[in-house]
Design a protein around this ligand. Structure first.
Ligand code: MET
Length: 317
């Protein structure tokens, strides 16, 4: 069933995580790190590449590997030619996904080699565990946000002679997950936001929190790498190059998120104009990097949970 597929994805996520965790070292390029994670996911799922959602057996990468450093909180993955090297003093969020028949596991953690980030990392880990603990059928989303915020803000970090209260990135959220859809439409806030919507039986959520030494608010910045077909949009592209690219996207990813590197490895070339056209027409959504202020540090922890009638299952742990 559907739950067993989520569990299978979670087991693969764990294996990939174990595989990469002891390999991460300063001096590696982000491209090398993404390749390790994505090739392990391909290997353990038996996927040759990202499969089409038309293939009922499809399983593989759930979304592009986020490798977001320091003030970049989310949605960074290297594009072709990126030379970024992981440094000893970096704090990096590793956010990757596995999918089995469109059932996505979304789980992330934060890596650092310098113990000066320990309090920041602990704050965010505890905040995420609090969110997981609070979650449940009939629980109001705002109450989960409030509990997360209280824990996060109870931590202080001393960095380079300054003291910071850890702030939740208030415009970042957890979310429910639908078939082949990473963002199912419900948002789980990480601050008290007055949203009285409740969690419901049978729902599948990514519980994630982000903490920052900056302003606790992210904006988009920098070159985009992540994209996804917008669900339920049937608009046809006007350009023939965009039509051709859309066919590749529909065949290989469906509504699963993808990145430019995945188009490159499928042999697509000079597709940026067509891709941007699909974005302008609302057929594809772009997810540019999300950043707090320059010089700040952000951390993230995330797990996928299932809300069964009589039990909450933290499936990605
Ligand atoms: N885990 C990431 C998120 O929830 C996936 C990015 S793919 C748009 O935003």
């Amino acid at each position: 069933t559907h739950w067993n597929e989520v569990r299978k994805g979670a087991e693969i996520h764990r294996r990939v995580r174990k595989n990469v965790q002891n390999k991460l070292k300063p001096g590696m390029t982000l491209t090398e790190i993404a390749d390790i994670i994505e090739n392990a996911t391909r290997k353990f799922t038996g996927a040759e590449d990202l499969n089409s959602m038309e293939n009922p057996k499809s399983q593989g990468i759930g979304f592009p590997t986020g490798l977001s450093i320091n003030h970049i909180a989310a949605h960074f993955t290297p594009n072709a030619g990126d030379k970024t090297v992981l440094k000893h003093e970096d704090v990096m969020k590793v956010d990757f996904g596995v999918q089995v028949n469109g059932n996505i596991i979304d789980s992330a953690w934060t890596v650092s080699f310098d113990d000066k980030y320990d309090n920041l990392i602990t704050a965010v880990r505890e905040a995420t565990y609090t969110g997981i603990k609070e979650a449940g059928i009939d629980v109001r989303l705002t109450d989960i946000g409030e509990a997360i915020q209280e824990v996060m803000e109870s931590y202080e970090v001393e960095l380079n002679g300054e003291t910071f209260q850890v702030k939740p990135c208030r415009n970042l959220c957890g979310h429910n997950i639908g078939p082949y859809r990473i963002h199912g439409g419900k948002s789980v806030p990480i601050v008290k936001n007055g949203d009285n919507t409740k969690m419901e039986e049978g729902e599948h959520f990514a519980i994630e929190t982000f903490g920052s030494t900056g302003r606790g608010y992210v904006v988009t910045d920098g070159e985009c790498s992540h994209y996804a077909r917008t669900p339920n949009v049937t608009t046809m592209p006007s350009l023939s190059s965009a039509k051709k690219l859309l066919k590749t996207i529909d065949d290989k990813f469906g509504t699963l998120p993808f990145c430019r590197r995945y188009l490159d490895r499928l042999g697509e070339e000079k597709y940026l104009f067509a891709l941007n056209q699909l974005v302008r027409q609302g057929i594809v959504q772009d997810y540019p990097p999300l950043v707090d202020i320059e010089g700040s540090y952000t951390a993230q922890f995330e797990h996928t949970i299932l809300l069964h009638p009589h039990k909450k299952e933290v499936v990605s742990k």
